[in-house]
Design a protein around this ligand. Structure first.
Ligand SMILES: C[S@@+](CC[C@H](N)C(=O)[O-])C[C@H]1O[C@@H](n2cnc3c(N)ncnc32)[C@H](O)[C@@H]1O
Length: 220
């Protein structure tokens, strides 16, 4: 089993942010918001936080699916937030999506939102336990959370094979980021022990395909 190799935490190179925003994550991101709906059929309204929201594609899809929700997207990369602001305006959702250029660790307050979601942030973080702790602090007890990210493959060769299979025709910068992200990602066992250490074992881990894990459930 290969050890985790950290990649730079923020995606704050404008070219990198641009390539990411242009990439087609429609299927993955729509799948994420629909999974939220499947997991939490009762949920319909309130303030929803997206940690590491990037160019805001998920907040836009979420706001479209949930007309009674206000989404707050947080990302510490200025270029990502700029791209996100443009996309939100273009989608006509500026009244229901607020984006903030801020580190997730610095989001102030406790029990301030009715749900938390996060896609593809955790593998960027040197300290994943801090993420789970913050998530629990921010959400009101009894609220849904959905967190998804990449799974670390067994070897660099396996990571390269995944990049070749799923991003064969993408620009080099995106293929490089995808490869580095796979090496920086966590295994299912690592996620399981993070949840155990944070007393979050009510959250369930699912492995929906060969390169992702999903953690979802109600946080009390
Ligand atoms: C791979 S992108 C995922 C974006 C989005 N969630 C999506 O699924 O399309 C990860 C994002 O997390 C941001 N990020 C990394 N560390 C962060 C931190 N400590 N606080 C806030 N954002 C962070 C990066 O700048 C980047 O935009």
């Amino acid at each position: 089993m290969m050890d985790r190799i950290l990649e730079p935490e923020l995606m704050d190179d404008p070219k990198q942010a641009d390539a990411y925003a242009r990439a087609d994550f429609a299927e993955e991101n729509q799948g994420f918001v629909e999974r939220f709906k499947d997991y939490f059929p009762e949920f319909s309204q309130g303030r929803v936080l997206d940690l590491g929201c990037g160019p805001a594609d998920i907040p836009i899809r979420f706001a479209t699916l949930y007309p009674a929700c206000h989404i707050i997207g947080v990302d510490a990369s200025a270029p990502m937030i700029q791209l996100g602001e443009q996309a939100v305006k273009q989608a006509g959702l500026a009244d229901r999506i607020t984006l903030r250029c801020e580190r997730y660790e610095e989001v102030a307050g406790a029990r301030i939102v009715d749900a938390v979601m996060s896609n593809s942030l955790l593998h960027h973080l040197p300290n994943p336990l801090q993420f789970w702790q913050k998530l629990r602090q921010l959400v009101k007890p009894g609220s849904p959370v959905l967190v998804m990210d990449l799974l670390r493959p067994d070897s660099p060769e396996a990571a390269q094979a995944i990049v070749d299979q799923y991003a064969a025709n993408e620009p080099d910068i995106l293929r490089r980021d995808f490869y580095n992200s796979l090496l920086a990602a966590f295994t299912e066992d690592e996620i399981g022990s993070q949840l155990a250490r944070m007393n979050l074992t009510r959250l369930l881990i699912d492995i929906p395909d060969d390169r992702h894990w999903v953690v979802g459930g109600i946080v009390y």
